[in-house]
Design a protein around this ligand. Structure first.
Ligand SMILES: *Cc1c(COP(=O)(O)O)cnc(C)c1O
Length: 408
């Protein structure tokens, strides 16, 4: 046997475990979604309109802010937030390198310079001390990304921003509903950017995004910028962009937001269960398991482990052979990307980003994932390391081992 996990013969054939299975969620919501889409068709309001207004109110309430402006994507939400800040040529914006491309490309689209900041190895989030070192007279803003569903160190970052007079734009695309000291993502910075891309915790059936803010003036500016700076009709005081959310997306997301809390609780439970299972399997130093901070609510858009860099890709391949989905978010820091070569970074100039990109592996964590599927994932990881003994030992997790739940 070459590291294969065989099902007992009396069970139906196992289909593997998808990294993300959106069909399970859709099956439950099918009728509600069909009805809401029909209402949009009947209304004839296909762009912006009452469904979008309702969505803006829903997200503003959910994210504990006064204002929300919906737009066409999370990437546009970042762009609009930077435009509202007045970012342009000559400006520098601090961004983590270990993030999705859009965090940095929004900066370059306005002719400004992204300055890449390293991460904290435990959280994968932007390093406050590295950010502080990289502030110059040209720095105008910082974009902390709440990566994988866990918030960056917003207390310290806000303090740093205040001292330096720079704007804080949270990239909350992966972290709707995440909390730090009870306060939600998108309510800490000057603005927060959200995405409704289908793989996010609150996803539509296509592209969509939104900017949150507690500042009335910024809200006004955002509202203007996303409709070509037009107010009133055909009068343009500023040059904006066309980034409107369509009513179909808003209608679907308005249905889904009612379930978001329960999905989040399911993600949290799945993450706890993985941690228990990995501890039970004695794998906690063979791989590094994610450890949420006690003052945070992690909403687990991804459950990301570390595997030593010489075994990560082999493990991933072996999981794929068992039809277990996994993904590498992200295989390179943005500072290593060809299009950002002109910025002059070397791969190891951000050592923690470099290391993380070679070690991370994200496992299935979607809400409807079953305990059995998680067992299958963990057992196959255990088997892999039985056949390929770990050549690297991660520090023992500092979290208290989770108590075994009583068999319910
Ligand atoms: C998804 C994502 C975005 C971009 O959102 P889109 O809706 O895909 O444009 C930006 N930042 C991060 C961290 C993301 O995960």
């Amino acid at each position: 046997m070459k590291g294969n996990f065989n099902q007992s013969s009396n069970e139906p054939e196992f289909q593997g475990v998808a990294l993300l299975d959106l069909k399970r969620q859709y099956e439950v919501l099918k009728d509600e979604i069909a009805e809401s889409l029909k209402k949009v068709c009947d209304s004839g309001a296909f762009v912006l309109g009452p469904e979008v207004k309702a969505l803006e109110n829903n997200i503003a309430n959910y994210s504990q802010v006064e204002y929300a402006v919906a737009c066409a994507s999370g990437s546009d939400a970042l762009l609009l937030a930077l435009m509202a800040t007045g970012i342009g040529p000559g400006d520098e914006v601090l961004v983590p390198s270990f993030t999705f491309f859009a965090t940095a490309s929004a900066v370059t689209r306005l002719g400004a310079r992204p300055v890449f900041v390293d991460i904290e190895p435990k959280s994968f989030n932007i390093s406050v001390s590295d950010a502080a070192q990289k502030i110059t007279a040209h720095t105008k803003a910082i974009i902390p990304v709440h990566l994988f569903g866990q918030m960056a160190e917003m207390v310290e970052l806000n303090r740093l921003a205040q001292q330096s007079g720079i704007t804080v734009i949270e990239d909350a695309a992966q972290s709707i509903g995440a909390e730090l000291e009870g306060r939600r993502a998108g309510s800490w910075g000057d603005m927060g950017a959200f995405s409704f891309y289908p793989t996010k915790n609150l996803g539509g059936a296509g592209d969509g995004g939104l900017v949150t803010t507690r500042n009335a003036q910024l809200a006004q500016q955002l509202k203007l910028l996303h409709v070509h700076g037009m107010e009133p009709r055909y009068y343009h005081r500023v040059i904006g962009i066309n980034s409107r959310l369509d009513s179909f997306q808003a209608a679907i997301i308005n249905v889904k937001i009612k379930y978001l809390e329960s999905w989040t609780m399911m993600r949290i439970q799945n993450a706890q269960r993985y941690n228990e299972m990995f501890l039970d399997a004695g794998l906690e130093t063979v791989i590094s398991i994610p450890k949420p901070f006690p003052n945070q609510r992690h909403v687990w858009n991804q459950y990301t482990i570390r595997v030593s860099d010489d075994q990560r890709d082999d493990l991933r391949k072996s999981l794929a052979e068992q039809k277990i989905g996994s993904e590498i978010y992200y295989p390179f820091g943005l500072h290593e990307q060809e299009c950002f070569k002109y910025l002059g970074y070397t791969p190891e100039s951000l050592p923690e980003t470099y290391r993380a990109s070679r070690e991370v592996l994200s496992l299935p964590i979607f809400p409807e994932l079953t305990e059995k599927e998680q067992q299958f994932v963990v057992r196959n990881i255990k088997l892999f390391f039985e056949v390929n003994p770990a050549r690297h030992v991660f520090p023992t997790p500092t979290i208290m081992p989770l108590k075994k739940r009583d068999a319910a």
